[in-house]
Every structure is written in C-alpha cells, then in structure tokens.
Design a protein around this ligand. Structure first.
Ligand code: NAD
Ligand code: MG
Ligand code: MG
Ligand code: MG
Ligand code: MG
Ligand code: MG
Length: 332
C-alpha cells in the first residue's frame, strides 16, 4: 500500500523558514509561486531578461529576478522550466549558486532520472509533482482545496529532505488532497508511460482511428466527431467519479455488452506487447535520448506531426462544431 500524507503530517513552518526560488512562470511555475506566497513563504521568481512571463508575474505581485539571481538568493530552488532546457538552466544559472544545505526541487524527475543534471552531494534533491495541470493546482488552492501531489527524495543531504518536501507540498495545497511518496525513477517512468501509451498518445490515436473508420465508411464527419471525440469526456467523467463500474452503470446494457466483447478486439495482446516495448524504451533511456535529440535539432519532426494533425478532418470538423457549442470553452 502506498504511503499517504495529509495536512497534519506536514509542517508548513519548515518552508516558511526558507527562501524559495521558482524558476519559470508557466503552467506549474505560476501556481507554485502564487500559492507558496499566499501560504506565507518568501518567494522570488527567476526568469530571463525579456521573458514574456515577467510582466505577468510582476502584475501578480511577485518579485522577479534573473534565474541566476534567484538561485543565488534562495536556499530552495524549484526548477519549473521546460524539461528539455532544464540541464542548460542548471549549468548557466543554478550550479554555481548551490551552497551547502540548499535544496534543488523538481516538478518532474526527467533530468535527474536520465542523468542530464548531476547535483553535488551537499544539497537535498526533492520532487513535488502535482498530478494535475498547473492552472487547476492554482484554482484548487484558491478554493481551499488541492491537487494530489507525489513527492520524492533523490538525495537527502540535510537529513530532513522529506519533511521539507512535504512542507513545500503543503504550501501549494497538495496535502489537502493527499500526497503519495514515490521515487524519481517511478515518477518519471510512469509519467512518461501514462502520457504516451494511455492519456495522450493512446487516447488520441484511438479517437482518430475510430473517426477515420466511420468517415471512410461514408458517415458524416460531424456525427463521427460526436461519437468518437465529444462523448469521450462524458465517459471519462464517469470513470473518474466511480471507475469502470460507474461508467458501465450509466451506459445502456447494449453499450456495456459491446464494451466487454469489442474492447479486447481493439486493444489486443499485440497492443499490450507494444506497450511493454514502449515502457522498455522509456526505462532504458531510448525515448529520452531521442526526444532531447529532436529538441536540440529544432523540433523538425515534432512540427511536422503537429501540422499534419491540425489539418486532420477530425480537427477541422471539431473547430466548426465547437463554435456552435458556446459553453464548451468555459468548462476547461
Ligand atoms: P511551461 O512550458 O508551461 O512553462 C515554462 C516556463 O519556463 C515559462 O514561464 C518560460 O517563460 C520559462 N522559461 C523558459 N526558458 C527559461 C529560462 N531559460 N529560465 C527561466 N525560465 C525559463 O512548463 P510547465 O508545463 O509548467 O512544466 C514545468 C515543469 O513542470 C516540467 O518539469 C514539467 O514536466 C512539470 N510538470 C508540468 C505539469 C503541467 O501541468 N504542465 C504537470 C506536472 C509536472
Ligand atoms: Mg506546457
Ligand atoms: Mg503526467
Ligand atoms: Mg509528463
Ligand atoms: Mg454514442
Ligand atoms: Mg450510445
């Protein structure tokens, strides 16, 4: 059974006694910086001169300095810049500013797990990773709730790294919802696998294949869009509330029968064998190496895939249909 931690297990005064630098002010960065500030923590945001995020952070009442200045001032440095540039930010702005007893924090384990960043032995290395998008992390905090977090310690130089990480998680509302203890390896490998095989890659490929099957058989794209993409949200909401059982309780018996007999014909043993291969490539570093190479080459294939999908009939059909559903945008 996983180890769970709540508000009463975490001591907010630990992080309140530190100086925190949040590097980056995107999805996660803004949520961490604002919520820590509202939890009474001394926060500065580190952003390069000329970064577009600077104005936003300042308007929201935060002090903004360069990443190097932030790292020099602080004794807890949370790295919330995009994963592929973290190693460069570490070399340029963080490495030379680490002192005995400082703590280096991450929101995802990628750079530590794949040895792209190698911190010195005299600092704590921790992770606080909310299991939700940054905008939800902030909204839940403001509403007195929180997004569950997973927390890990890679290196415990101080002997108190876990208590510090729990305290940080409390500062962003995580312990209100519950925090699970993990390792950098488990978080990184499961996060990459989940987004590739199920949540993002798997789900979008399933939706596209279903849509194409109906359209190629001569059905209207608008009908295919509703059946294969739009209704997915309703199904996923039911799964989220009560698992597969609640979803199956709500759908018709006909749909439930089709679920049992056809699901395994779509996601077959061959699919699962491929999932195992995907996981193997994550674990042995092949995926990370390929992705960093693609990033450093200026994202040629990434941009090609992005363009191809934005011209796909599924997307052009959806764009038109969603204009007619004025409420859809507000729900996100
Ligand atoms: P993002 O792309 O939304 O934002 C990145 C921020 O970094 C921007 O404010 C950008 O201006 C800033 N930045 C770019 N270059 C910089 C530099 N050289 N120095 C300082 N700042 C710089 O990023 P994100 O999605 O919030 O991801 C940040 C981290 O959080 C990643 O490790 C990611 O895996 C992790 N994470 C993200 C989410 C999410 O909800 N998006 C969820 C869990 C974990
Ligand atoms: Mg992003
Ligand atoms: Mg994830
Ligand atoms: Mg991820
Ligand atoms: Mg239907
Ligand atoms: Mg139906």
């Amino acid at each position: 059974m996983a180890e769970l931690f709540y508000d009463e297990d975490a001591d907010l005064s630990i992080i309140q006694g530190r100086k925190v630098a949040v590097l980056g002010y995107g999805s996660q960065g803004h949520a961490h910086a604002l919520s820590l500030r509202d939890s009474g923590v001394d926060v500065r945001v580190g952003l390069p001169e000329g970064s577009k995020s600077r104005v936003k952070a300042e308007e929201q009442g935060l002090r903004v300095v360069t990443p190097a200045e932030a790292a020099a001032e602080a004794d807890v440095i949370m790295v919330l810049v995009p994963d592929p540039i973290q190693a460069k930010v570490y070399e340029d702005a963080i490495k030379g500013n680490l002192k005995d007893g400082d703590a280096l924090f991450f929101g995802h384990g990628f750079n530590i797990r794949f040895d792209l960043i190698k911190p010195p032995a005299n600092v704590d290395v921790c992770m606080v990773a909310p299991k939700g998008p940054g905008h939800l992390v902030r909204r839940q905090y403001e509403e007195g709730r929180g997004v569950p977090c997973i927390v890990a310690v890679e290196q415990d130089a101080s002997g108190n790294a876990f208590a510090l990480a729990l305290s940080y998680a409390k500062g962003i509302g995580g312990t209100r919802a519950g925090v699970i203890k993990t390792t950098f390896t488990e978080e990184t490998e499961t996060d990459l696998f989940g987004e590739q095989a199920v949540l993002c890659g798997g789900a979008s490929a399933l939706v596209k294949a279903g849509f194409e099957t109906l359209v190629e058989a001569g059905y209207q794209p608008e009908i295919a869009y509703f059946e294969c993409l739009h209704e997915l949200k309703l199904i996923v909401d039911l799964m989220y509330e009560g698992g597969l059982e609640k979803m199956r309780w709500s759908i018709s018996e006909t749909a439930e029968w089709g679920d049992y007999v056809t699901g395994p014909r779509i996601i077959t043993d061959a699919t699962k064998a491929e999932m195992k291969k995907v996981l193997g490539e994550i674990q042995d570093g092949t995926f990370a190496r390929n992705w960093i190479n693609e990033y450093n080459a200026g994202l040629p294939k990434y941009n090609e895939y992005k363009k191809a999908d934005s011209n796909h009939l599924l997307e052009t059909t959806g764009k038109e249909l969603r204009k007619l559903m004025s409420w859809v945008d507000d729900e996100a």
